[in-house]
Ligand binder design. Structure first.
Ligand code: SF4
Length: 181
């Protein structure tokens, strides 16, 4: 089974690495895609799974405040983090987390290599090494990554999780390190 042309190697990416149109107002760095990250992955013949954008799915494209883009990023990120903790958003977040875990479990069940998960540092949802809270960038995880890690542990899944700042000089090296695993 699955002995066709596929590589049987996949990586899970934060949604906005492939679609900057989803990111919060005022924070897009490129028009559409972080091309070098994507090219590096494609050159390694690894399939790309685009995770859902938790903020878009739970709060909307404007994150529930059309003036959000006028605030300093970490201040707006802190507001977003609080909004993600409200009951309706938190329930949706759990659904999204379950969807990702279900996909990982399926790939693993069939012997595929799930090379890792790539989050976006400073994000109140997808941060891995740093996140935003208290109107600052702080060490720690975003609420989506934290929930995903908890759900993976509960499911008995171990998957490397890295965070990048997509335009930082070390972003490609961090992704390459995952691809070599
Ligand atoms: S970092 Fe996460 S929550 Fe923020 S725009 Fe990207 S995918 Fe959405």
């Amino acid at each position: 089974m699955f002995t066709d042309g596929r590589s049987r190697r996949v990586i899970f990416l934060a949604h906005c690495l492939l679609n900057q149109n989803a990111i919060s107002d005022g924070t897009a760095e490129v028009p559409a895609v972080h091309r070098e990250i994507l090219r590096t992955i494609l050159d390694a013949q690894v399939g790309v799974v685009q995770m859902p954008c938790p903020e878009l799915c739970c709060l909307g494209l404007d994150r529930g405040d059309p003036k959000g883009g006028e605030r300093p990023v970490v201040v707006e990120n802190t507001r977003i983090r609080r909004a993600m903790g409200q009951p309706e958003a938190a329930a949706r977040l759990r659904e999204l987390t379950s969807q990702v875990v279900r996909q990982i479990r399926e790939y693993r069940k069939h012997g595929f290599a799930v090379l890792g998960i790539v989050g976006v540092d400073r994000s109140p949802c997808c941060g891995v090494n740093t996140t935003s809270d208290q109107d600052r960038e702080l060490p720690g995880q975003g609420v989506f990554i934290a929930a995903l890690q908890t759900a993976m542990v509960a499911a008995g899944l171990t998957v490397p999780v890295i965070g990048v700042k997509p335009s930082a000089p070390d972003a490609l090296d961090r992704v390459r390190a995952l691809l070599e695993m």
